[in-house]
Design a binder for this molecule. Sequence first.
Ligand code: 5AD
Length: 431
Amino acid sequence: MCYAIPGNVKSITGDLITVDYFGEERKARNDFYDLQVGDYVYAQGGFVVQKIDERDAEEILDTWKELFFELKETDVKLSRLYNDKPNLDKNFLKIIDRATYGKSISHQEALRLLLSEDPDEIDVLHKTANFIRQKFLGNACCVHGIIEFSNICKSQCAYCGISSSNTTLKRFSLGTDEILGVVADAVKRFGFKGIVLQSGEDPSYKSEDIIGLIKKIRNNSPVFIFLSVGEREEAFYQKAFDAGARAVLFRFETSDSNLYSKLHPHSSLEKRIRYLELFKDIGYIIASGSLIGLPGQKAESVIDDFMFAKDLGCDMYSFGPFIPHPDTPLSGHDAPSAEYVLKALSVLRLIDPYGKILVTTALESLNPQARRMALMGGANSIMLNLTPKDYVNLYDIYPNRATVDVSIENQIADALQLLKSIGRAPTDLGI
Ligand code: 5AD
């Protein structure tokens, strides 16, 4: 089981290296290792995350050799574009044609696509998004693991089940040794190369604890570390970077400042955006996005969010449906349909041909087929849940979360089977 292909170092210029994968060259930044040309490494998110022994690397490469090219071939076949619908609207086709060549589409054009109710148009939209993903990003699909280590939260986001206003929820917080155990298993036993450490905004978890945890992970189980711990003091994020974290998953939730204020009485959109700018300045890889289908959110606002995320320079997009939680002020509202969210993700792919697009667990919770459908409609990244089973149900941000009752072994087996069937390599080769 591999979530990354060993790469062979071809050249080194300062902290930037060129890595070869079966004749394909990619760049990666090396912040952590003393490397020579000819060494083997794992890269993830554009960073070298592990140096590997030559013999181990060659053994793993041997198992990948044929599969690497087989998967590519399947992907190319499945993402081919052919026009079997001659009677489509001319205006629609003009937008699709331009996007196919990687040209950016305007707000108005994106909205035209998102508002389409025509099944033929929607089918062409998904296929075009898949074609663009294949053309500009190839068949790599990131598979990261997420550990939800605390459901204690001081904030009161109106949609969120772990908001401090929900007094009925039993709270938990994993100790650092427990988290280290989960990460060690994820990295050493299951082969994850990227993990997300996620929690509510838990003041009982001291910044020093998280920084200590990052250092220990880097020493014991080298892996690409995403932080998703919300709004903490600004100095924390520099220290966490220095300790070895390299990415932040931090949604802006909505780019509509009025809606933002209504949903987040404890904060402001301005403050949220300042954090994202801070992360960029420090040098983090940014994964961000918003909730699709929030009460009071129009389709225009979804496109605003996409444009906003693109302008922000997101490396990965995390856009998922709002799902009403019974113990929140938004309990009486409806979730959007999975079809609407899938359509939106395809529009996002046309807006940005290059960013990674995550299939969120929330979307998978609306429809068990949604992971496959999203991957066939422009998305190229998934997350598996590593939270220990005694706690995973308590991380109750929304009800009926997909995969909470599936063991990590089975989640991996399901993901690999799906990716293989659609010609995607469970690996992140980078840029
Ligand atoms: N439905 C969907 N996503 C939610 N989140 C919180 N509550 C909900 C909900 N009811 C998302 C937020 C947050 C992420 C960790 O979980 O967007 O950023």
